[in-house]
Design a protein around this ligand. Sequence first.
Ligand code: UDX
Length: 433
Amino acid sequence: MKVSVIGCGYLGAVHASAMADLGHEVVGVDVDQRKIDALSAALPPFFEPGLPEILASASESGKLRFSIDISAVADATVHFIAVGTPQTQGSAAADMTYVEAALDGLLPHLKPGDLVVGKSTVPVGTAQKLADVIEASGTGASLAWNPEFLREGFAVQDTLTPDRLVYGVENDSATEILDEVYADALSKGTPRIVTDFATAELVKVAANAFLATKISFINAMAEISEVVGADVTQLADAIGHDVRIGRKFLNAGIGFGGGCLPKDIRAFAARAEELGRGESVAFLKQVDAINLRRRQRVIDLALNEFGGSVVGKRIAVLGLTFKPASDDVRDSPALDVAVQLHGLGAEVVATDPQGIENARLRHPQLTYVDAASEALTGADLVLLVTEWDEYKNLSAQTTGELVQNRTIIDGRNVLDAGIWRSNDWKYIGLGRP
Ligand code: UDX
C-alpha cells in the first residue's frame, strides 16, 4: 500500500519505518528540517532500540522516504496522523494545534477513496470533528481512528507485533483498508477490535489512565509502608501473584513521567470536565498528586541526610531519562529531582547513558558527565533515579571506593539493600524499611 505518515517524532518515525519494513511504500512528513535530514540519511533523530536497523533497511530498499513538503503525500492513499498532542501551556488540556495543522496540510492532497488515520492521543470527540471537516471538504476521503499503544524502548516491537489493534471506523471500507495495512500482524493472530470513533479514542486514554493509576496505587502503598515500616516491593510481589491484579506496573519508586502518561491523565480530566463528567475521573487528580509527591519524597530524604540543607553537597544523580532504553526527558521524574536539588543549592553531578543531550537543552545549569564513575567520585550522596542496567548492576564495593559518603537513595527500588548495607552503605529505598 502507499502510505504517508504526518509527524516523524517518537511515534511517527517508528510507525513510518515499521510500515516500510512490512513492505508498504511510505513517505514520512514533518515540519522540522533537522528531523527530515536525519531520517533521510537513515539516522534516527532520537534513541530507540531497533529503529536504526529497520530505518536503514527500509531506506535502502527504496520503500521509505522523508520530506518536509506535505505535497509528498499526494501519491499515498492511507495517511496516518502521528503528530504530538502536548499539554497546553498554562492548562491541563491537550494542545490540538498540530493535529489541526496536519489535517489542514493534508486536505488539498486528498483523493476519493483515501483514508486518513488518526494515531495521535486526542480528547474524546476529536475524531468526529475531523471526520466532519473531511466530509465538508468534498474530497471523497474518509477518516478512521487507530490509537497507538507503543512504549518507548519497545516501540519497534510494539508496532510490528502489537498486542491489539483498535479501529474506530464509520464504514466497512475503512476496516478493509486497515486490514490490508496490518495484514502481517493480523495473520499472526493479533486481536482486532472494530468500533466507533469515540470508543477508539477512549480506549487509548483509558489504557493510559489505568496504567498511571496502577503506578500511583503502589506508590500510595509505598507512602503507607514508609510510616509503618513495611516493604512495598514485597507487598507488590504478594498482591501481584493474584492474576486479577498482576505484578506488572506495580514498581514503586519516584513515579511515572514521559511524553504520555502525565499529560494524558491531565488532558483526560480536563476533557471529562468539559463533558460535564469531571467527577467520573476526579481520582486522576489524586493519581497525579501521588505521583508528584514521590519526587518530593526523594528531595525530602536528601535534605534529611544533611540536616535540612543540601547547600554545597555533591549529589551524584544516576539517570535523567523518564525510563531506561530511551533518551526522552519529557516530564522525567529523574531530571525534575536533579533540577530541584540544584535549585536548593546542591552541587548536582548528573549522568545518563542516553539522556544528557536532551537534558542539557532544557537545563543547561546542571553539571553533566558521561561516566557514572565520574558522577560518583567524591559524592556526598548518590541518587539512583532511572533504572538503567548499568546502574542496577553497580558494585556496592567499587562504588563505595569512589564516593565521599556511602549513602544511596534508590529511587527505583532496584538494588539489593542487603548487599549495599553489608558494604557499609546507608541504603534508602522508597517504601522500604
Ligand atoms: C506509555 C504506555 O505504556 C504506552 O502503552 C502508551 O502508548 C504511551 O505511554 P511510555 O510512556 O513509553 O508508554 O512508558 P511506560 O513504559 O508506560 O512507563 C511510563 C512511566 O511509568 C515511566 O516513567 C516508568 O518509569 C514509570 N513506571 C512504570 C513506574 O514508575 N512503575 C512501574 O511499575 C511501571
